[in-house]
Design a protein around this ligand. Structure first.
Ligand code: ZN
Length: 484
């Protein structure tokens, strides 16, 4: 803001604040006034003519931080909100707008108009080009909102952005926003269906909480802390991502799945689950509100909570107790569940098929899995779990690693060994034929030289894939034969 110079503020435009200056036709006097003058103060003539020009757009825009709050009157809004906190302009108008707001505010109010300036990038089209009329590659936000909703569009504009960087507009990002909204909505519907009519859980004490309850509250503590820290730094992309991860992964995909059975069983444990589900639901709509204001406000309304979400206070992490023990236990269980699920997917096990497992780990870790047998059963299809000593071995055991230990599952549980070997043999035959065909093509000079490079590269990639698959099938057969 150095070298601020005079600037011509009049424009010959139809649109804008008209310049408040009048000329006397009789004596030539120039009158500048807030009120429309009726007489010339010098010669008393009433033959006055207003200047035709308007103020430069940026002169008017420079008044924005204080004129919107009622200035020059000392209104309550002006006294409460001025100077403002953050202004969020694009980098293309730093001098046009931001600089002018600063000197205009100093001149008229004696104070700076804001404390921070967050400069954002431009929204480009999906190919990284500027949106222009000549390219006709602009997006009408209202059309996108009609299809996906305003929250989904807003989500997509924050998704993966870093301050100051340009971003590409992709409809898939808006779709991701809508999917997230649906995920939250379904979770909300599920929770609402499982709560008592009065939603009064004042009888639930800390002693009634199970390990997964203590875990999600621990996670809530850190989610609030992280989101707050990112918002303070104006890292909106990271803040939104953290909220997204907490809601989608931890609350929806894990916690709700963990407590389903308890809700079904009822009793004290069921009530504790209801309370924690309800508490954390209220928390997540607050955390998400800056990023998806409409859907969260709607949920707040359906829950009959007091006031409006937009004017409620930001959550305090101090109110959510941390619990490192619960965190370690649940991490261990979740990693084990994830690993078993991957194994099941590899062997294409039907979801109803239960498998037995043995755990090899030090005492405290093994105990965590034994205590979590019910969750392992429901979420990973483990039929039964037993402890196994370090010295013991399982001859046809397939090992599933998780931090701190391993689970061993008998191959015979996963697969009909003979049938699988037969299937793999057929697969091997097929792959060998494909490799022969592909190699013949690539050895044909005529093809390699004449076909488009893309087609040739494609064929090379295919060949590589066949060879990889063949190797994998051979290894798998080798393992299976040891079991026979
Ligand atoms: Zn005059």
């Amino acid at each position: 803001m150095e070298n601020v110079r005079d600037w011509c503020i009049s424009r010959q435009l139809w649109w804008g604040h008209r310049i408040p200056a009048w000329y006397c036709d009789d004596c030539g006097e120039l009158i500048v006034s807030r009120q429309v003058p009726t007489k010339c103060p010098k010669c008393n003539s009433s033959s006055l003519r207003r200047d035709e020009d308007t103020l430069d757009t940026w002169f008017s825009s420079a008044l924005w931080p204080f004129s919107t709050l009622g200035w020059p009157e000392e209104t309550v809004d002006f006294q409460t909100f001025y100077p403002t906190d953050v202004i969020v302009p694009g980098y293309d108008i730093i001098f046009f707008w931001v600089a002018r707001m600063i000197f205009s505010a100093i001149e008229h109010t004696g104070r700076l108009p804001f404390k921070k300036v967050l400069i954002h990038g431009m929204v480009l089209d999906s190919q990284g080009r500027k949106m222009t009329k000549s390219l006709n590659n602009g997006i009408d936000p209202l059309e996108i909102i009609d299809i996906y909703g305003a929250d989904a569009l807003r989500f997509s504009l924050i998704y993966g952005t870093a301050p100051g960087n340009d971003m590409r507009f992709r409809e898939e990002k808006v779709e991701a926003g809508r999917n997230f909204m649906n995920k939250l909505w379904n979770a909300f519907r599920f929770v609402l269906m499982n709560l008592d009519e009065d939603r009064d859980y004042s009888d639930v004490t800390a002693e009634m909480l199970e390990v997964e309850d203590r875990w999600i509250l621990h996670e809530a503590h850190y989610a609030i802390k992280d989101v707050g820290a990112y918002l303070d730094k104006l890292e909106l992309g990271l803040a939104q991502e953290r909220v997204y991860q907490f809601i989608w992964d931890l609350y929806c995909d894990w916690y709700i799945e963990f407590v389903k059975e308890r809700l079904h069983q009822g009793g004290k444990s069921g009530r504790a689950a209801q309370k924690v589900l309800f508490d954390v639901l209220q928390l997540i709509i607050k955390l998400l509100h800056p990023f998806m204001p409409y859907v969260t406000e709607a949920i707040h309304g359906y829950l009959d909570l007091e006031g409006l979400l937009i004017s409620s206070s930001w959550p305090r992490y101090e109110e959510y107790p941390t619990d490192d023990e619960a965190e370690s236990t649940m991490t261990c269980l979740m990693e084990a569940i994830r690993a078993v699920r991957n194994l099941r997917a590899d062997y294409q096990l039907p979801s109803a098929k239960k498998v037995n497992a043995a755990v090899k780990a030090e005492d405290s870790v093994a105990q965590r899995l034994l205590d979590g047998e019910d969750m392992l059963s429901r979420l990973a299809g483990i039929g039964g779990i037993r402890r196994m000593s370090e010295a013991e071995t399982l001859e046809d055991g397939v090992s599933v690693q998780f931090p701190g230990g391993e689970l061993l599952i008998s191959m015979r549980e996963l697969v009909d060994v003979e049938e699988e070997i037969h299937r793999l043999q057929e697969e091997e035959e097929r792959l060998k034929k494909e490799i022969q065909r592909s190699e013949a093509m690539l050895n044909n000079q005529n093809f390699v030289e004449r076909a488009p490079a893309e087609v040739v590269n494609n064929e090379r990639a295919k060949l590589e894939r066949y060879q990889g698959d063949l190797k994998q099938a051979a290894e798998r057969m080798k393992t299976l034969r040891t079991v026979l």
